[in-house]
Design a protein around this ligand. Structure first.
Ligand code: UDP
Ligand code: MG
Length: 327
């Protein structure tokens, strides 16, 4: 029997791309169903991440038109990662296998076939990895590649050029549901879960409509989140820096003492002024990094829910069911 596949698409102000996305996915699903690759109970799930435009109305219209679509409406904008997680955790109740993909379909949907093949061969996770970065501008391309390098240096197991286009089996999602962290960085978290995994390569195209919701600021805070959620290497680097500074200080003290006894000491305004600045800045930087972690501990100890689902759209046994939760 073929597996029930749920496709999870986070949507934030995506009214411009939704009609195209829905049409493309609908025909993709029909192909997969006729070929017997997925069960007829498979669904395409849109997660509305507190959009301010007509996104949720459009999702509702799609759901009314075809039972292949379903929707999850978050109470407000919670960010891409939380929206994906909300979709994954909702889909895991119904699906055998789930694939997350962006709503703008910049990632090639034809890679789904290959992902499913790998799943049938026994993989629990299949990572979608992009072939080239030609569609990105110079800055985005190099900041992205630098980001993966930095993450790996910091000891986080990220897969280069893999974003959140991935297949996950139900048991991976069950495992994922046991993680309680508030600062979500799925692409670092999933590899730590384990189980057999593989990679599928795909091409990225340009966004067809609407604009990128990932501003430079959002990307930067995402990178900081990724590092501070997974690695204590920055703290270790501070310790290393401390040791190096200690070594330098010892040499400085020895030379100063030697200079003093050989009568060569001249009141050095410049050197002391520079050291005050240098040490001051190192201390501030160190305090800042430690502060990042303390902030994280603070947030994690709250155990706040990561999202609230305001309503769900399900179509079962031909009855439209709208549930209201977490009111
Ligand atoms: N997204 C979201 N919540 C946000 C920001 C983005 O759900 O707060 C979704 C967005 O609708 C899209 C995906 O995350 O489906 C990736 O965003 P986008 O395409 O803007 O990012 P880019 O491809 O430019 O990195
Ligand atoms: Mg995009």
């Amino acid at each position: 029997m073929s597996s029930i596949l749920y496709l999870v698409l986070p949507c934030y102000n995506e009214e411009a791309v939704l009609p195209d996305t829905a049409a493309t996915l609908q025909s993709k699903y029909q192909d997969l169903m006729t070929q017997g690759k997925i069960s007829r109970d498979s669904k395409i799930m849109f997660v509305n991440d507190g959009s301010r435009d007509r996104t949720w109305q459009m999702i509702t219209e799609l759901f009314r038109r075809d039972a292949i679509f379903c929707g999850v409406n978050l109470s407000r904008n919670r960010g891409h990662q939380n929206a994906v997680l909300a979709g994954l955790m909702t889909a895991k109740e119904k699906a055998d296998v789930v694939i997350s993909i962006d709503a703008d379909l910049q990632q090639d949907v034809d890679a789904i076939d290959e992902m499913l093949e790998k799943y049938e061969q026994g993989c629990d996770v299949v990572y979608g990895v992009r072939n080239a970065r030609d569609t990105d501008g110079f800055v985005k391309k190099h900041t992205a590649l630098g980001f993966y390098k930095l993450m790996q240096f910091m000891g986080c197991e990220v897969i280069t050029n893999h974003a959140d286009y991935r297949l996950m089996s139900r048991r991976v999602l069950e495992s994922l549901s046991q993680y309680g962290e508030v600062n979500l960085f799925l692409r670092g978290l999933i590899p730590t879960i384990g189980y057999p995994s593989d990679i599928v390569y795909f091409d990225v195209r340009e966004r067809q409509a609407g604009e990128s919701k990932y501003t430079m600021g959002k990307m930067l805070s995402f990178a900081v989140d990724g590092i501070t959620s997974f690695s204590i290497r920055p703290l270790q680097l501070i310790t290393l820096l401390g040791f190096l500074m200690l070594l330098v200080s010892v040499i400085m003290v020895i030379t100063t003492v030697v200079d003093y006894y050989s009568g060569r000491t001249v009141p050095g305004w410049a050197s002391s002024y520079c050291s005050v600045w240098f040490i001051g800045s190192v201390q501030l930087l160190s305090l800042g990094i430690i502060g990042e972690y303390i902030g994280k501990i603070y947030l994690e100890t709250k155990h706040r829910p990561k999202y609230h689902i305001a309503s769900c759209l399900w179509k079962e046994k031909d009855i439209d069911e709208e549930t209201e939760k977490d009111r």
